[in-house]
Write a protein that binds this ligand. Structure first.
Ligand code: NAI
Length: 304
């Protein structure tokens, strides 16, 4: 019990600002979690108007929670008062924790953190939500790489409890503990891990997708049949084909490619040509209306 109290005391205080940089799918979800937990939240996005749009989208989400009876009206008012869009990076100066959820490109992330380090205080924890880049590499050019940590949320962040707390080569163990305690206090289920390609979940999930794609490529069964078999008998909530349609074929393929390259092209992680063709043809999954399945008019149908 004493250990738990000590750990909780390490969490970033609820009165301290959490900044979220990159306000797309993940940034909005993470911001919602921090906001509902009680922090002042500041959003920044380099695309003009995007942070304000995220404030509007988050406010609408809070309204839906009120409608569903999962948030009361005063709590909604309070949350909206604590949520602000920042027009410039400088406005994140007083953040105790910055969580980055921008585009998955190493030089862009490195540049952002170099800029952030000029703005925030030395004790600000800097975190990345990267799903496939090296936490160590993102922190490589920092003046104080010890305060840098991976906080890998899963999509949708407000619903999925798991967060991988990733220690890079230079991450200070106290900083990892602080990040762990903070997300635990937000009601999440954090796990700690070291910085290896794909961390835990994206790494272990690779063979799940890869073998299913091979079974399909060998003509053994179609995607709907493979999905059904894994759902019914394998105990998976979703089969690999419907799941990658939800994630986005482009996103899923990019993660596979990144893990494969990180392991010096270990054949175990070889990307699939069938999936490549799907990406090339623009059939990215639910977001484009077609992937392994068709989602036209709300109905899920096998693609020919
Ligand atoms: P997204 O494309 O929905 O949003 C990215 C946002 O970042 C955009 O609004 C863009 O304008 C902004 N942005 C780009 N460069 C920027 C910069 N230099 N400074 C400030 N803002 C910038 O992307 P999504 O899906 O939310 O992914 C974000 C990060 O989260 C990526 O690192 C991704 O690997 C990771 N991730 C994604 C998951 C997913 O299922 N989508 C799951 C877990 C992690």
């Amino acid at each position: 019990a004493t250990e738990a109290v000590t750990e909780a005391a390490r969490a970033v205080g609820r009165d301290r600002t959490v900044a979220v940089v990159g306000t797309g799918t993940m940034g909005q979800g993470i911001a919602q979690v921090a906001l509902v937990a009680g922090h002042p939240v500041r959003l920044y996005d380099s695309a003009s108007g995007r942070a304000e749009e995220a404030v509007a989208a988050l406010t609408a989400r809070l309204d839906r929670l009120v409608e569903k009876g999962r948030l009361d009206a005063p709590a909604r008012e309070d949350a909206v008062r604590r949520l602000h869009a920042a027009a410039e990076l400088d406005e994140l100066a007083d953040a105790a924790l910055v969580i980055e959820a921008i585009v998955e490109l190493l030089p862009v992330k490195q540049q952002l953190f170099a800029d952030l380090e000029k703005v925030v205080g030395d004790d600000t924890v800097l975190a990345t939500n990267t799903s496939s880049l090296s936490v160590t590499a993102i922190a490589g050019g920092l003046r104080l790489p010890g305060r840098f940590v991976g906080l890998h949320f899963f999509n949708p962040a407000p619903l999925l409890p798991l967060v991988e707390v990733v220690s890079g080569f230079a991450t200070d163990p106290d900083v990892a503990t602080r990040a762990y305690a903070t997300v635990k206090g937000w009601g999440k289920t954090p796990v700690r891990c070291a910085d290896t390609p794909g961390f835990i979940v994206n790494r272990v999930a690779r063979p799940f997708y890869a073998e299913a794609l091979r079974v399909y490529e060998e003509g053994a069964a179609d995607p709907a049949t493979i999905d059904a078999a894994l759902r019914e008998c394998g105990g998976f909530r979703m089969g690999p084909f419907e799941l990658t349609d939800l994630i986005g074929q482009d996103v899923n393929e990019a993660v596979t490619r990144s893990v494969w390259e990180s392991f010096y092209q270990d054949p175990k992680f070889t990307p699939s040509l069938a999936q490549r063709r799907l990406v090339e043809s623009g059939r990215l999954g639910r977001k484009t209306g077609r992937g392994w399945f068709s989602y036209a008019e709300g109905a899920v149908r096998p693609e020919p």
